[in-house]
Design a protein around this ligand. Structure first.
Ligand code: UDP
Ligand code: MG
Length: 346
């Protein structure tokens, strides 16, 4: 247990944990996370953001907040807005000098946090991580490798293992992230843009403690489109280059076919080859339209300017006050568009 003076001081470290249907892992997470942080002898806060869980996660978070009120804050979303929106909500309210993101499923061991803090204290304003011996399905690992290398070739972002969320950021980097109004984003990449002295360390990786991944294939693909469209327009440029190349080649083909028609007469062979080529090109064109759609859709979401997330309740301090979640009369929902900085501490 921390001394009161430590806990009341402005936190040095803020740990942000997004939680979505994690009732099976939370007890183990609390049991490992808090002792690690207590041992650091630094003031800290843990901010858990419940991303619309439908299981007992909220009840478990509430009990933990009551057990460790000085170091624990809980933000409860109105419904599921996604892991990155949850982390952004945590960033908006984090008070620490070093801000650390951690998954709730214990795939990234909390025991690595002191090493992240050590690197931050050495002056690095962005401490990335590389998962040592990654414990995920081979298809996930293959997919990650493909996306990592695509991102590496098409953006200025140089991170080895973008998918690992156990990372530390300085206050200055998080202030810059908080100033961004992006609806769809990919936090490790966004924060990297603002880092002056980034570094990477290797961290252990474990199999998910319990439950299953909260990312369906669909959600995973959407997230990776957020990464690609959010940080580069190279895919669009590649498509225009490809379009130009194909037009040029088909121009040459027309000339070739015209010459054959003149010198050899009409020919009707190769009709299935033609079908093959046409189907391929139609597929390519549809992919191109879809790709433009990914960008246009995001522009549309951005200009509509709807809130990135809606907060139903915030539990903090030793006399926690619930906003809305229990629908207390007259208390408005806390909508956050881009980072309205209300800090309704109790
Ligand atoms: N998560 C979230 N909202 C979502 C999906 C996931 O807050 O819509 C949280 C989840 O509870 C976990 C973290 O994000 O703490 C990473 O999710 P998960 O471990 O399922 O992803 P994976 O490790 O399979 O990439
Ligand atoms: Mg996980």
């Amino acid at each position: 247990m921390q001394t009161t003076s430590q806990a009341n001081a402005r936190p040095y470290a803020s740990i942000i944990v997004p939680v979505f249907n994690e009732e099976a892992t939370l007890a183990a997470l609390f049991a490992r996370l808090y002792p690690v942080l207590d041992a650091l002898q630094l003031p800290y806060e843990c901010i858990f953001v419940d991303d619309g869980s439908r299981d007992r996660s909220v009840a478990l978070l509430r009990a933990q907040q009551q057990a460790r009120p000085l170091e624990t804050r809980v933000i409860i979303f109105q419904r599921n807005f996604g892991q990155h929106a949850a982390i952004l909500a945590g960033f908006e309210r984090a008070a620490g000098e070093v801000i650390i993101t951690l998954d709730a499923d214990l795939q990234n061991p909390p025991e690595e946090i002191p090493r992240l803090i050590e690197a931050a204290r050495a002056g690095h304003d962005y401490v990335g991580t590389i998962r040592r011996g990654r414990q995920d399905h081979w298809a996930r690992r293959w997919f990650s490798r493909a996306i990592n290398s695509m991102r590496d070739r098409t953006t200025q972002i140089r991170i080895t293992d973008q998918g690992c969320m156990l990372r530390a950021y300085s206050r200055a980097v998080i202030d810059a992230v908080n100033a961004c109004e992006e609806v769809n984003t990919f936090i490790p990449a966004l924060a990297y843009l603002f880092a002056r002295d980034p570094t990477e360390i290797e961290v252990a990786h474990e199999a998910r403690h319990a439950g299953s991944s909260k990312y369906s294939l669909y959600k995973l693909i959407r997230l990776n489109f957020d990464l690609m469209t959010g940080f580069t327009v190279v895919p669009l440029q590649l498509f225009s280059m490809l379009g130009m190349t194909i037009s040029l080649l088909s121009g040459l083909l027309v000339l070739w076919l015209a010459a054959r028609r003149l010198f050899l007469g009409p020919e009707a062979e190769g009709v299935f080859t033609l079908f093959g080529i046409v189907f391929f090109l139609v597929g390519l064109a549809l992919f191109g339209i879809g790709l433009i759609g990914e960008y246009v859709g995001r522009i549309y979401e951005q200009v509509r300017g709807r809130p990135r997330y809606l907060i139903a309740a915030v539990l903090e301090g030793d006399a926690p006050r619930a906003i809305g979640h229990e629908r207390e009369a007259g208390v408005p929902l806390d909508a956050d568009r881009s980072g309205a900085r209300e800090t309704s501490r109790v």
